[in-house]
Design a binder for this molecule. Structure first.
Ligand code: KQY
Length: 371
């Protein structure tokens, strides 16, 4: 497809907050043997439950390989549309398009370059060519005009927008050597503002301990509405997560957003007992040469902040931990207008991310005119 060459901000587009209305959500049916154990058996159950919960209030597009499409359609709820499309893995947040909106309600996509979270420097697998085509194939199939951002490496999980001009990111990820090492922090910030129609970028330093994405922001901190965020938190000073969350808190407490507001920070606990890779998990995984491998006992980057806002709800990961219920309680109180849908997501975090990482919202609006 022919892509748009300009900057969305110049054309009057910006990235809405995830809590704003959606037309739908993109997901990808899991299959990669190095991410999803035992033929993705448990992961597929979790993906189906997640798609079902999201499907209660918005359309879900499940991208699936041609040979998997029939099986996917058979186990997915009827209102989920299976779209035949190839990919290397199932992280729609990172490989699906980021969408922007203008004041006339037109929606366009952005086609970032995807390099498996760090390319040859510290990427997680060696061949990401199909993943890098997901955004353009989806937008072409569905008729969304698409901005060409292939000169800039970025994943959707590394940005959060408040929809009113503020973007949240982490330095650990955006300044990592495997993304855009030729660019300065200031140049990266200008790109973000230009593509996302933002005026202010808040740079947190770190994310979740042992997060293999170089600490995506969507695992540590998320806007729940303009001026308010939830932050993954532990009170245990001996936990390696403690200094990381504390540094975020200190930055958020002294920052202002694009509208000049102070930011209200709500702490969301991390699981009480760290979620770890077991020997049994490992027996079910099969890594390709050059793919990042898991170790027995490895701590996974489990966080309740990695939830998805659907039109009527919050699709919230659960880990079989004592803090599962607390996370439901905190988010139910913070967002009483929504239903919290708790979903067992242990099989998803084993892949390296969670519910937010496997979903990508499409804002409500018209498919913008092709130029
Ligand atoms: O966005 C994510 N958290 C994805 C991590 C992918 C890991 C591949 N095994």
């Amino acid at each position: 497809m022919e892509k748009l060459k300009g900057m969305p901000s110049k054309d009057g587009f910006h990235m809405p907050g995830e809590f704003e209305p959606h037309q739908g959500c993109i997901m990808i049916w899991p299959k990669r043997p190095g991410s999803w154990a035992y033929g993705a058996k448990e992961a597929r159950k979790a993906f189906a439950a997640i798609a079902g919960a999201i499907g209660r209030s918005e359309k879900v597009y499940m991208l699936a390989e041609a040979e998997e499409a029939e099986e996917a359609a058979a186990v997915l709820p009827e209102n989920v549309q299976v779209v035949v499309m190839g990919s290397d893995d199932a992280w729609a947040r990172d490989t699906g398009s980021t969408f922007v909106l203008n004041d006339q309600g037109e929606v366009r996509g952005i086609d970032w370059q995807f390099n498996a979270w760090g390319g040859l420097e510290d990427g997680l697998y060696m061949d990401w060519r199909k993943d890098n085509l997901v955004a353009s194939r989806f937008c072409e199939t569905m008729g969304y005009p698409l901005y060409d951002a292939q000169d800039f490496v970025l994943e959707g999980g590394s940005i959060h927008s408040d929809g009113e001009g503020t973007i949240l990111v982490t330095e650990a990820c955006l300044l990592s050597k495997g993304r855009n090492p030729h660019m300065t922090k200031e140049e990266i910030e200008e790109k973000l503002k230009g593509y996302l129609g933002a005026e202010k970028v808040i740079w947190l330093k770190r994310g979740i301990y042992n997060d293999e994405t170089n600490e995506h922001v969507d695992n540590i901190c998320a806007f729940i509405r303009p001026g308010e965020v939830v932050l993954a938190w532990t009170d245990d000073e001996k936990d390696p997560q403690y200094p990381l969350s504390l540094s975020c808190l200190e930055i958020l407490e002294q920052e202002r957003d694009a509208k000049g507001r102070k930011i209200k920070v709500h702490k969301l606990p991390i699981p009480k007992i760290p979620v770890r890779v077991t020997e049994e998990d490992l027996k079910g995984l099969d890594f390709e040469p050059g793919e990042d491998e898991r170790e027995p006992g490895e701590r996974l980057a489990a966080s309740y902040v990695n939830f998805y806002f659907s039109n009527d709800g919050i699709i919230l990961p659960q880990f079989g931990d004592e803090n599962d219920k607390e996370a439901v309680k905190v988010l139910s109180q913070l967002c009483p207008e929504r239903t919290v849908y708790p979903i067992d997501a242990r099989s998803v975090i084993l892949g390296g991310g969670n519910i937010h990482c496997i979903t990508q919202q499409i804002p409500a609006g018209r498919k913008g005119d092709r130029i």
